[in-house]
Design a protein around this ligand. Sequence first.
Ligand code: NAP
Length: 438
Amino acid sequence: MRADRHTDKAGLRKGRRIGVMGGTFDPIHLGHLVCAETARDVFGLDRVLFMVAGNPALKDTGKVSEGQYRFDMTQLAVASNPDFRASRIELDRAGPTYTVDTLRELKASMGADTELYFITGADAVFEILSWKESAALTGLATFIAATRPGYDIQAALALHEGAELSFDLRFLEVPALAVSSTDLRGRLAAGQSVRYLVPPEVEAYIHAHGLYGTGERYDEATPARSEPEPEGALASLDVLTSEIVARLKQRLNEYGYRHSLGCAETCGALARLYGVDVREAQLAGLLHDWDRCVPWPELLDKARELGLEVTPEVLAAPPILHAQTGAADVARIFPQVPRAVITAILHHTVGAPDMADLDKVLYIADMIEPTRTNPHIAPLREMVGTVSLDTLFTQAYQCSMLHLVRHRKVMHPDTTRVWNALMLKNAGGGKPQEDEGE
Ligand code: NAP
């Protein structure tokens, strides 16, 4: 039976009905939105809160995207619907996320006459009902188990005997839930389109922030090809380098740490080959992604604190900002780090028209260090040592530009200045570079 928005099933209005749409939303998609709207309609809900899970209980959190990203995407997705809101209650609560805590908090703040309807995927509902303080959940909410087409409700109930009787449990089949976040992440990592499966604002956000493997130059989803260790090229660690390595280990995630070590190792090897200061190159490799781990909103705050101007061009091409804040922060924290290293960190994303050899070494190393697996960089690796540093850098820069064009990403205006400077310098002497076979 369908309730309207102002009366309960007996025709009497008791209190507000609030839907709580619990999920990881990694990323949010149209299936979630259709599910919330269907629940709102069927159960006469006044409002649906999209409760972005902070640190979901029982989940391998290493595999879940940063909460701020998931919240931003959720907020973008619900912005156009006055009955939907994104909530960060769970994100702001420390420790693992337990639904019982969330429902208690909502009941306490919204008043006893508010009826809560907790909506999530059917399997997750059963998980919650069999978990922490499940008895306490009985009176807190009605549970709406959303199912994808083909979900076997009878089999699920047989598996969780008694759940239906102990709790106010309803099933809601949502055909649009044929879309799944897992499938979307796979599509994005494979460079496939997610158009019409997520709201356009969410799609733009994913690409702008290089989420789910859409950023080629720093791809956390890419499996490591090998695991560089500090004992390799950084064997003779001095005090400063050891301190930096220890700080990076705390600061970066596992991939970021391995990538930075790989980059330091490759910087050292390129520096030896091309007559650049090896220690400076290793330091640049280690430190170049110092701020890559800082979530976007904090990075913006940090840029403002550091007195950096955040231009519209930088906002449109977000990966650039971490180079600017990182260079400024490293200079502040490690005054012993040579100025040339700070400049190389600053130039490692867009470059600059007049780059030093150290800057070029870092730029190339960032692309080809051992954890990088993109097939487009294989020719670059083969060219190392067989061509000049300038030719190698030009080829690396060309790869980056082609990547931006191929993925329809915003190109910072300095990119064309760097490219033109390279072409003018090469004019007369250089032969055109081969493209990437596209
Ligand atoms: P999840 O990984 O996000 O989702 C599990 C499955 O349910 C996925 O198939 C997912 O599809 C689907 N799903 C998720 N949210 C949905 C929604 N609101 N409507 C329809 N389908 C949805 O979920 P999770 O980490 O298991 O958590 C789901 C909710 O349960 C969260 O609020 C979480 O905090 C809560 N939870 C609580 C406990 C506890 O209190 N002990 C334990 C587990 C989960 P997509 O992948 O397409 O999203």
